[in-house]
Design a protein around this ligand. Structure first.
Ligand code: TYC
Length: 99
């Protein structure tokens, strides 16, 4: 009986997509509020929260974390809800990495 050789199939594993959560600068949200957001929602310590806040203030935006789509979306919504509850215009967006 002839041997049947199974063709070696390539593993079809796709890399999971990653999403940056980005805070945007504005002229109104207090710096201390942004530092609080970075500590509360992105688990930053105070020096690193301060550094990220200043980068946003100077450059217009900064990446606060990289997550799966669901986590990124949830964080962004939570930050915007928290800002609106406190009457702040702070904006948070997500951006796909390597898209
Ligand atoms: N630019 C704001 C101010 O001068 C501070 C600020 C920083 C606002 C970061 C938003 O994502 C932000 N009060």
């Amino acid at each position: 009986m002839d041997a049947v050789l199974a063709k070696k199939s390539k593993p079809k594993l796709k890399k999971p997509k990653r999403f940056q959560v980005i805070l945007l600068n504005d002229d109104y949200t207090p710096m201390e509020f942004v530092v609080e957001v970075l500590m509360q929602f992105f688990s930053k310590n105070e020096p690193s929260a301060n550094a990220i806040m200043l980068k946003i203030h100077l450059d217009g935006e900064a990446v606060c974390g990289i997550f799966s789509f669901d986590v990124a979306q949830t964080k962004s919504t939570q930050v915007i809800d928290f800002a609106r509850q406190n009457d702040q215009p702070l904006m948070c967006v997500i951006r796909e990495l390597d898209a």
